[in-house]
Design a protein around this ligand. Sequence first.
Ligand code: G3P
Ligand code: MG
Length: 244
Amino acid sequence: MQKLKLPKIIGHRGACGLAPENTISSLKKASSLNLSCVEVDVKISKDSVPILFHDESLERTTDGVGFCNQHNYLDLRKLDAGKWFDKKFANEKIPSLSECLDFLYEKKMNLNIEIKPNKKFELENVKNIVKLINKKPKLPNYYFTSFHIESLKLISEYLPNINRGLLIDNYISSMDDILIMCEKYRCFSIGLDFNIINSEIIKFLKKNKLIITAYTINNIKIAKELFDLGVDSIFTDRPDTIKI
Ligand code: G3P
Ligand code: MG
C-alpha cells in the first residue's frame, strides 16, 4: 500500500465554520475555497444507508429527535440540517455518503471518511460504507480514520489497500500502546487533538514514520506553531482564514 500524501490543510466536516457541518453546502464551501481534501463523519441510518453525520443523536444539528440510527434514511432526509447554523441554510438535508462521493468526484477533490462509532452497528457501518465505495467511481484519493478501534480493524480487513489512520483525543493509553495499535492495523497516519501535541510526541511519532494530523485548528498562529513542530496536516473549520 502506497502512503497517501496529504495536503497541509483539510476541511473539517466540509468547511463547517462557514456552512452547516457535514452537508453539501459545507462541501461546496470547501470547494469554493480551493481545498483539495475534506473530512466528513459517517455512520448509517436504521436502514443501513451511510450518511454524513457527527453526533449520536439528531438534536444539535437538525430539527429531529432521537438517535440517527433509529430512523430510516427517507425520514432523516425530511429533517432540516441547516437552520440551526443559520436561517439562510434552512432546508439543507442530511446527505448520504453517496451524494458526497458524487460531489467530490465531480470536483476532483479528496476525502477523509471518519467512521463514527455506531453502537452495536459497527460491522453494518463498515460493510455498508465499503459496499458503496466499491460501486462508486473512485475519487483520486481517499482514506479512512476512526477513534474506534473495532471500526479501524474492520476497515483494514475489508479494504486492506486503502490508507487509514487512528484518531486520538487523550492519552488513556500510553504512546507505546497507541503505536502498537497503529502497527497492528497498518495505519499510515495518526490524528491528534492539537491540545495534546508537544514536541516529544511529534518526535516519537515521526521516528515511527507516522504522518501526523491535528484537529481542529481555527487560529493561524496555532496552525503555524503546529507546522513548526512537525505536524504534517491540520483540520480546520475555517479554510477562509487558515491559509498556509
Ligand atoms: O478527524 C478529525 C476530527 O474530525 C475528529 O473529531 O469529533 O470532529 O469528528 P470530530
Ligand atoms: Mg470528524
